[in-house]
Design a protein around this ligand. Structure first.
Ligand code: PAF
Length: 298
């Protein structure tokens, strides 16, 4: 695997079908499942590692965001990537950008409403990565469902010739969805955080049993999280998978999204719900057999 820091080097190393996995590092099995999918489907696999200052708001955790370059490089190499693109802030933003990308509509609610500027920062860096790397296929986790909807829309609107591939959520054995920020959780917060996936799994069962009301599905998740004292629910919303608009009723592909705070840590999770052969099928993702590599020596 080659580690490079400029777009010119990345492009020179890409041949055949180029698969791209954007990350902010501090990798876990969710990221590695994206690399594995790219490895199966592409000739060259490029992973980017860049903690993007543009997507952090004032008072957010840009400075303390977990970083361990040596660990990430080892994990990406073991996962079979060909190229690790780890640019400096100067390579990505030689000067403060006067051109930024805003995707309207899809970003209006949920995370967009709570974190002003966040999605503009994500859309801008992802657009720069698409333009600089020129991938044929780009892999994103479904855990950030609103981000995925936004990236799909941006790629379509701006005619980026890359196919956006969404991959299932990866969970700890106890159900908690993987996030680099999980390492901030203490034991009590970690126990409380399980109420999120418990609620989502209960809602998924309700869908399988025939429940179609957005309000009822949201209530099932919300009541699970509210029953736990160490965690504060922000929202539980059934949303259109493509537009991220709230849905009163499950009548199109959707995701049931939750955001909650355990102390200062914001946790996001969701269940994707698709119509397959006439049935509504919830996808809660995959569970690891053992505790995540986030807590292990590499
Ligand atoms: O999902 C993330 O890790 C980031 O938002 C991304 C897509 C790498 C852009 O910085």
């Amino acid at each position: 695997m080659r580690t490079v820091a400029t777009f010119a080097e990345v492009r020179a190393l890409g041949s055949g079908i180029v698969g791209f996995v954007p990350t902010m590092g501090y990798l876990h099995e969710g990221h590695l499942s994206l690399v594995a999918a790219a490895r199966r489907e592409c000739d060259t696999v490029t992973v980017s590692l860049f903690v993007n200052p543009l997507q952090f708001g004032p008072g957010e955790d840009l400075d303390s965001y977990p970083r361990d370059f040596g660990r990430d490089r080892l994990l990406v190499e073991r996962a079979g990537a060909d190229v690790l693109f780890a640019p400096s802030v100067e390579e990505m933003y030689p000067s403060a950008p006067l051109t930024t990308v805003t995707v309207a509509g899809v970003t209006a609610g949920m995370e967009g409403a709570r974190r002003p500027g966040h999605f503009d920062g994500v859309a801008t860096v992802v657009a720069k990565l698409f333009a600089g790397i020129e991938p044929d296929r780009s892999y994103f986790g479904r855990k950030d469902a609103q981000q995925l909807a936004m990236v799909r829309r941006m790629a379509a609107d701006l005619s980026f010739p890359t196919r956006i591939v969404g991959e299932p959520i990866v969970r700890e054995p106890d159900g908690l969805s993987l996030s680099s920020r999980n390492i901030y959780l203490d034991d009590a917060q970690r126990t409380a955080a399980r109420s999120i996936s418990r609620g989502l799994f209960a809602a998924a069962e309700a869908v399988t049993a025939g429940e179609r009301s957005g309000r009822e599905l949201e209530r099932i998740v919300a009541s699970s999280v509210r029953a736990e004292p160490g965690i504060e629910l922000d929202y539980a919303v059934l949303a259109d998978r493509d537009t991220a608009e709230p849905l009163g009723c499950l009548d199109r592909p959707a995701f049931l999204a939750v955001a909650a705070a355990a102390g200062a840590t914001r946790l996001l999770d969701n269940v994707h719900i698709d119509r397959i052969e006439g049935e509504w099928v919830p996808d809660v993702g995959v569970r690891l057999d053992t505790r995540s590599i986030l807590y292990k020596e590499t």
